[in-house]
Design a binder for this molecule. Structure first.
Ligand SMILES: [Fe+2]
Ligand SMILES: [Fe+2]
Length: 270
């Protein structure tokens, strides 16, 4: 069995110290095989915010896959926004904008969806998908294939279609052909788990799970408590446990647990 702690939208610059400490403590206690951080590490892409984010990542014991979010691109400094959009992210977090992790049971690939030309929207390019295919297609079915983006590929009810990452409709069939099992993202500050077969008409592709984490530590929760997901993979089963911060005086505690199973047609809720 493998476990992934999926953390998103930590937004250093808008965090509560006790929540950050509680998150570090519980994630290290869980001893996950991998920590995924799906973007928006900072609030305004400032150096001091990235230094705090770096310190946070250094306190987590597990290997990490980290992708940037729209808040990791400077908003007001126009020169930096267009000419060095991810300068601080590269300097303090990682220079690798297409991180890849592989062990004997899972392969996890990150894609940068943050762009200078839009304030909050994201996008995937054809080139990014081509490079993804080179990584994922040679792997056999032993590996669960997981793609990490900041911007979501599906939405919970009540959201405008514009919130979906740009070019998702054209590129989802290609990602399905790569054998994508799971998509992990953030951005909305709202947790949800949906199935790719509902939004996308995939002819030969498998149904994938689209899992969104809420904000782990930002004070801007949009109505939801701070949360993160612990994903446990024990094929053909997978569980997603969501831990929330307001349920216990001691910090994060288990809030919900959902189970999924894999068939020939992909993943579905049990
Ligand atoms: Fe965010
Ligand atoms: Fe975002």
């Amino acid at each position: 069995m493998k476990t992934i702690a999926h953390i998103s939208d930590v937004h250093f610059g808008r965090t509560e110290c006790s929540v950050v400490n509680s998150l570090v403590e519980i994630v290290n206690e869980m001893r996950p095989d991998l920590v995924v951080v799906s973007g928006d590490l900072t609030q305004r892409a400032k150096s001091r915010e990235f230094i705090e984010a770096r310190e946070f990542l250094d306190r987590l014991d597990a290997p990490q896959i980290v992708v940037p979010g729209n808040h990791d691109v400077p908003l007001y400094n126009v020169y930096k926004r267009f000419f060095q959009p991810l300068h601080n992210f590269r300097k303090y977090i990682t220079d690798d904008l297409e991180p890849f992790y592989k062990d004997d049971e899972m392969a996890v690939a990150g894609i940068n969806t943050a762009r200078s030309l839009t304030i909050k929207d994201g996008r995937i390019s054809e080139g990014q998908i081509d490079r993804l295919r080179h990584k994922l297609e040679p792997l056999d079915d032993r590996h669960l294939k997981i793609i990490v983006t900041h911007h979501p590929l599906d939405l919970p009810g009540g959201y405008d279609e514009d919130e979906i990452v740009g070019r998702a409709k054209e590129l989802m069939p290609k990602m399905a052909e790569c054998g994508a099992d799971i998509f992990l993202s953030g951005h909305l500050h709202v947790s949800s788990i949906t199935n790719s077969a509902h939004r996308y008409r995939l002819e030969n592709g498998k149904a994938a799970l689209i899992i969104q984490a809420g904000t782990a530590t930002s004070t801007r929760g949009r109505g939801e408590a701070n949360s993160f997901n612990l994903i446990a993979i024990d094929r053909p089963f997978l569980s997603v446990k969501r831990y929330e911060c307001n349920l216990s005086p001691n910090g994060f505690a288990l809030a919900t647990s959902e189970q999924f199973t894999q068939t020939e047609r992909g993943w579905s809720r049990m």
